[in-house]
Design a protein around this ligand. Structure first.
Ligand code: GRF
Length: 221
């Protein structure tokens, strides 16, 4: 799998549908990169199986084997750095990261979070959006900084919340958007269009708005 193409390392904890969307985008040629490794903190994450099926190297760094967040993150960093990625992609990686780790990958680590950040940081975002009576909900791709779910936004997909939505129906519709916007943001980064300078995300040299670029239809409704 060695080539001159850009390299990604993708971190997961679960089913890996976002990982699959990135694998598919690479196969289709819309993202030009190699996934050099998929790393999970859980050996039973189905995303590892998706990676194996696509012929991608996998590693497990089980957080339960480490007695502190610092030692886990140090081990994780060591694994990642062996692959010298241009970009680290958090695709459903359910761990809070230490400041040292985040600083090490500053400006070259993207996360996807299922809400319209800065609204609903943390967990259970779909239920919380419904409970709060929001008219709209969605998903955000952002650079990772020391603040949990707080780095500068890059791209947001917005969908309406329907009166009969449940957290599950909403999650399904939000995920469809995730699979569209995450490869898009990765493409922007790898082509040099997207950068982080200081705490600011830039696209084609221009500062992005606080919300990031907002799209109301991912084209895959
Ligand atoms: C997604 O909902 C993503 O927004 C969140 O974790 C979930 C991962 O899903 N950060 P999957 O493993 O990619 O299917």
């Amino acid at each position: 799998m060695s080539s001159n193409r850009h390299g990604l390392v993708i971190l997961i904890s679960g089913s890996g549908t976002n990982l699959q969307a990135i694998i598919d985008a690479i196969k289709e040629g819309t993202v030009e990169a190699d996934i050099r490794c998929v790393i999970s903190n859980r050996a039973d994450a189905y995303g590892l199986e998706r990676a194996r099926q696509a012929g991608i190297a996998t590693r497990v760094v089980d957080h339960r084997q480490y007695d502190s967040r610092e030692s886990f993150d140090a081990a994780l960093q060591q694994e990642i750095d062996q692959f010298q990625p241009d970009l680290v992609v958090l695709a459903g990686f359910m761990r809070i990261l230490t400041t040292e780790f985040v600083r090490h990958y500053r400006g070259r680590m993207l996360n996807i979070h299922p809400s319209l950040l800065p609204k609903f940081r943390g967990l259970n975002t779909h239920a919380r959006a419904i409970e709060a009576g929001e008219a709209e909900h969605g998903v955000t791709v952002h650079f990772v900084t020391e603040e949990l779910d707080g780095g500068p936004n890059v791209l947001q997909a917005i969908i309406p919340i329907e009166p009969d939505d449940t957290p599950d129906t909403l999650r399904v519709r939000v995920q469809r958007q995730e699979h569209f916007i995450f490869p898009e943001a990765i493409r922007w980064f790898l082509s040099g269009r997207l950068k982080m300078e200081g705490d600011q995300a830039l696209l084609d040299g221009a500062p992005l708005p606080y919300s990031g670029i907002q799209i109301r239809s991912g084209g895959q409704q």
